[in-house]
Design a protein around this ligand. Structure first.
Ligand code: GLU
Length: 421
């Protein structure tokens, strides 16, 4: 189950349906540049530790490279390449003027102190600052990278280039150039898409049950937002396990309990179940907000949901995607469903460029308009090509990328496989 191969499979399927120019497909099947570095960080114990780190710049055809950085113990190059590729397609689906990129550091953020995380982050910036920038490559948060980490990132970069540069990174705290609404944007965007999709298919939130896998930034806000919209949240989970109650639970209580006790499983709103078992429990809508490769050949036959909303990147592998689609399960794909995050990142960057900050209502109205426009375009393409939403989403992105490539010329996607500073 290679995440990068999975992404290429998704691209190939869509390319075939739309009869995409082979040259465009080939061009976008490789990242432009890959940076691999080793970060040397002094730990609190006095010991020196080494961390492998990456930045993959997939495509800048439609604008600067854009995409988060994840801090995870087993990050590898293929994973970052897949995520960088997905970012190119996500930004094109969302219609925002960015390409795609992604970064990662192999580390266990959960076990590191604040000081260690700060030193690691500053080291990462020192390693990449010559190849990023507000008009070239703009990182952001991803798994286990917080607004605080983005603040250190911006601070270190500004110091190195001797210029206050809030636009070099998004997902910052409000006090240092962040945007209102960025924290909840991934979940909020997904909720807007789901609501619009359901409206068009005569479905209502009331009486509709939801399970949310993952309780980080995307999952916890998704549970709260969907509950507030009238959905019945019957299940949630985090890395330690799941919590289920067929009668419904209050996600606000679960958030509070997780803060106090460390996991959703310790909350008395429901009964504890296994972390993977939660995916197979009865529900109408399954929100995948944990990580890649969650719905696979091993569990696809046990999924009961009729709609899957992918707030994580790459949570459904190609075989499961095909099987479930044939069974009539509607999968709202990651590159659309979670594009609210990068869309508000774009708004944050715009505000930074203008040094003029918008009220929350403006962010929300613009996000809703943008993501619904992206959905409508995909629904039209789905109708035209009689394909799945994922295929239509890739077609939507390919169409924009292909046009950009043809207009700019073949030199636009410069490939330089690996470079080490
Ligand atoms: N990490 C998020 C994603 O995968 C956000 C990226 C961004 O805001 O640039 O979409």
């Amino acid at each position: 189950m290679n995440f990068y191969e999975n992404t290429l499979k998704n691209m190939n399927k869509a390319a075939k349906i739309m009869k995409l120019d082979q040259e465009t497909l080939d061009t976008l099947s490789y990242p432009q540049k890959t940076l691999m570095v080793n970060l040397q960080v002094r730990m609190d114990s006095g010991e020196m530790k080494y961390f492998e780190a990456y930045r993959v710049q997939h495509s800048e055809l439609r604008g600067p490279f854009k995409g988060g950085i994840r801090y995870l113990p087993n990050v590898d190059l293929d994973e970052i390449k897949a995520l960088a590729t997905e970012m190119t397609f996500k930004c094109a689906v969302a219609g925002i003027p960015y390409g795609g990129g992604k970064g990662g550091v192999c580390c266990n953020a959960k076990e590191m102190s604040k000081g260690e995380l700060e030193r690691l982050t500053r080291k990462y910036v020192q390693a990449v600052y010559q190849v990023i920038g507000p008009n070239h490559d703009i990182p952001a948060p991803d798994m286990y990278t917080t607004p605080q980490i983005m603040a250190w990132f911006m601070d270190e970069y500004s110091r190195l280039v001797n210029q206050y540069s809030p636009g070099v990174v998004t997902g910052k705290p409000i006090e240092v150039g962040g945007s209102l609404g960025r924290g909840t944007a991934t979940a909020q965007g997904g909720a807007y898409v789901l609501e619009e999709y359901m409206k068009r298919h005569d479905m209502k939130a009331e009486g509709t049950t939801v399970i949310v896998q993952g309780f980080g930034n995307a999952g916890s806000f998704a549970a709260e937002i969907l509950h507030s919209m009238g959905f019945t949240v019957v299940g949630v989970s985090d890395s330690k396990g799941g919590l289920y109650n067929e009668k419904g639970m209050d996600p606000f209580c679960i958030v509070k309990s997780k803060k106090e006790k460390g996991s959703v499983t310790n909350c008395d709103e429901g009964k504890a179940v296994g972390p993977m078992e939660i995916l197979e429990k009865p529900c109408d809508i399954l929100v995948l907000a944990a990580m890649e490769n969650q719905v696979t050949e091993a569990n696809m036959k046990n999924i009961k949901a009729k709609i899957i909303l992918e707030l994580a990147n790459g949570p459904t592998i190609a075989e499961a995607d095909e099987y479930l689609s044939k069974q009539g399960v509607v999968i709202i794909p990651d590159i659309l469903a979670n594009s609210g995050g990068v869309t508000v990142s774009y708004f944050e960057w715009l505000q930074n460029q203008q040094a003029y900050y918008w009220p929350l209502e403006e962010v929300e109205v613009k996000l809703k308009r943008a993501i619904i426009e992206a959905l409508v375009r995909i629904l039209d393409l789905q109708n035209e090509h009689k394909c799945t939403l994922r295929e239509a989403a890739y077609i939507s992105a390919f169409d924009r990328l292909d046009k950009a490539l043809k207009l700019r010329g073949s030199g636009a996607h410069l490939r330089c496989k690996v470079y080490n500073k």
